[in-house]
Design a protein around this ligand. Structure first.
Ligand code: FMN
Length: 369
């Protein structure tokens, strides 16, 4: 097994295939902030929040999850990429982010059975008919082959809009229980056709989205995927996720983003094994695409430890909220900023709008009352 090099989190990183370089290893992970307009166009408040983190030197900025089909919307205030009308404002965003020297990726997703009927007016679809709280009938609908192909086209059109808007790349959101992961999971995908059954079949939806986008965007465009290594209630297990990483490597994805929630935790399925979640992947292959890993990184030493686990890039979500200069501060050897709770004044100073601050109240202990 070839050992991964152990660079410093503040070192630059280059995506070899496209030649894009980042000024450091810090990636602002996708964070929904519910500030987009009701037609999915990005608001000035949402732009301000992202641009401030580019100014704070994050190597890569990721947008909030953006729905690729109008009826794939998961919640109010969600960013949209389902229509050309979204392009103009997003172009302003990418220009500003580039001015500050960051790369910018859009996160593309479809809610599937987590796209509520009250919001979309349609019965939520998924890989299979399964229990679904977001549906008036109490169940999701199994997508037909024709609908699956339409959603693949929607992902492709959204990616083309990202190219037109000046994004450097996209992240396909295959994590956290939305449509792509509903196809991956054995409990949500009970199909016996080519879109289901074994892991190859259950991965086909994700792989076909990737292939279709790849055929339709310039060679210089970065295409990566985010996955959850384990989601018990969907039937996504670690072994399948490791094998999926191998499929994605074979397809030529430009990065694989592991959403671990806690990168210092062991596998839930293999509690006695000392390997951290990221290490299960980085120690299973010596030719993986660049790995972003995210979850509970707060200090410079956390970031270094994650690199030592084999990650190439450090995903950061919650620490980037009160600390827009988190990435800039990685140059300090002992950087370890205070943790939650944060005052409203602190969060306003970090360019969060009041509506985003209110949303953050749902994250237990984050905002001081
Ligand atoms: C406010 C908030 C919104 C989030 N929205 C998204 C999202 O849109 N897409 C996504 O893949 N993950 C989302 N996440 C998960 C984060 O990207 C990240 O994986 C998680 O918060 C763990 O990283 P952290 O410990 O650095 O916060 C969100 C997290 C937070 C705190």
């Amino acid at each position: 097994m070839v050992q991964h090099e152990q660079p410093n989190p503040s070192d630059s990183f280059t995506f070899n295939r496209t030649g894009h370089s980042t000024r450091n290893r810090a990636v602002l992970a996708a964070m929904t902030n519910k500030q987009s307009h009701s037609d999915g166009t990005i608001s000035d408040k949402e732009m301000r929040w992202l641009i401030r983190r580019a100014k704070g030197c994050f190597g890569i900025i990721t947008t909030a999850a953006a729905h690729v089909s109008k009826d794939g919307q998961g919640w109010e205030g969600e960013l949209g990429l389902f229509d050309d009308m979204h392009i103009d404002k997003l172009t302003i965003l990418t220009d500003s982010i580039h001015t500050y020297g960051s790369l910018i990726f859009a996160q593309l997703f479809h809610g599937g059975m987590r796209a509520p009927q009250y919001l979309t007016g349609r019965e939520p679809l998924s890989a299979s008919k399964v229990r679904c709280d977001e549906s008036e009938s109490g169940f999701s609908r199994s997508a037909s082959g024709k609908e699956i192909k339409k959603i693949i086209r929607d992902f492709t059109s959204a990616a083309i809009r990202c190219v037109k808007s000046g994004f450097d790349g996209i992240e396909l959101h295959g994590a956290h229980g939305y449509l792509i992961s509903q196809f991956l999971g054995t409990k949500t995908n009970k199909r016996t056709d080519e879109w289901g059954s074994d892991l190859k079949g259950r991965s086909r939806f994700l792989i076909e989205i990737f292939r279709s986008i790849k055929e339709n965007v310039p060679d210089s465009f970065i295409i990566g995927t985010r996955i959850s290594p384990e989601i018990e209630n969907l039937g996504i297990n670690l072994n399948d996720s490791i094998n999926l990483a191998g499929f994605l490597r074979d397809e030529g994805v430009d990065f694989l983003h592991l959403s671990c929630w806690d990168v210092f935790a062991n596998s839930k399925e293999h509690q006695d094994d000392p390997r951290r979640l990221t290490e299960w992947f980085t120690q299973s292959f010596d030719d993986l695409p660049p790995i972003i890993s995210t979850g509970s990184v707060w200090s410079k030493s956390d970031a270094q430890e994650l690199i030592n686990q084999g990650a190439d890039l450090i995903g950061v979500a919650r620490a980037g909220i009160p600390y827009p200069d988190w990435a800039k501060n990685l140059s300090q050897e002992n950087y370890n900023p205070p943790r939650a709770p944060f005052t409203v004044k602190q969060l306003r100073k970090a360019d969060l709008s009041d509506s985003f601050i209110n949303y953050m109240r749902k994250w237990k202990g984050f905002v001081q009352n």
